[in-house]
Design a protein around this ligand. Structure first.
Ligand code: ZN
Length: 192
């Protein structure tokens, strides 16, 4: 992560505002073709945005990122441990609002992708683990972010061995029951 401990002395950027009316946003998602029974059929629980967010540094694109406070603490510990093992793990994305997820869907629809195609790689608004502030997308130098080839990186090998020690699990392994594409970069923190 780009931020050194020193940068903690400086004021952090303000976190993104939480989404407006959840039901309004889900109605807009349904208008795009997201099935009403999406969550049940995919076995994906509805995700709520957290009350509080904790700044975790900047991602590989230089954008500020946040997680729910306990997940943020766990991620900091994980990153310290990986750095001590000389493994570089960079952040691609963390907390995302329901509204932002809806905008992704709308953009893909506007580009002519079918809703089935879109929902194979993107969770429907309201169901992405990123809304909870517990999920992160990770990468490592020398790898294009959000590509399956990440599973062959030393960073991925380290995560497989150690991420669980910090409460992080890979959510979408190959052949997962949710019908979501294999995402070796997506890890979610679970309270123990
Ligand atoms: Zn993700």
């Amino acid at each position: 992560m780009a931020d050194s401990p020193r940068s903690m002395d400086h004021p952090h950027p303000a976190p993104p505002p939480r989404s407006a009316e959840r039901t309004v946003l889900l109605r807009r998602a349904r208008a795009l073709g997201v099935p009403a029974d999406y969550g049940r059929v995919r076995g994906l629980p509805p995700m709520r945005e957290p009350q509080r967010l904790s700044f975790i540094g900047h991602d590989v694109h230089g954008r500020p990122q946040w997680l729910a406070p306990r997940a943020a603490t766990a991620l900091r510990r994980l990153l310290r441990a990986s750095a001590a093992d000389r493994v570089t793990i960079d952040l691609v994305s963390a907390f995302r609002t329901i509204e932002y997820q809806l905008e992704i869907l709308e953009r893909k629809c506007a580009r002519g992708q079918s809703i089935d195609e879109i929902l194979r790689v993107s969770a429907a608004p309201g169901y992405s683990e990123h809304h909870s502030g517990r999920a992160v997308d990770l990468t490592t130098p020398g790898y294009v972010p959000l590509e399956e080839v990440f599973e062959h990186s030393p960073a991925f090998a380290w995560l497989q061995r150690h991420a669980a020690d910090f409460g992080f699990r890979m959510s979408y392994p190959r052949g997962n029951a949710h019908g979501i594409a294999h995402e070796p970069w997506h890890w979610c923190w679970h309270a123990r």
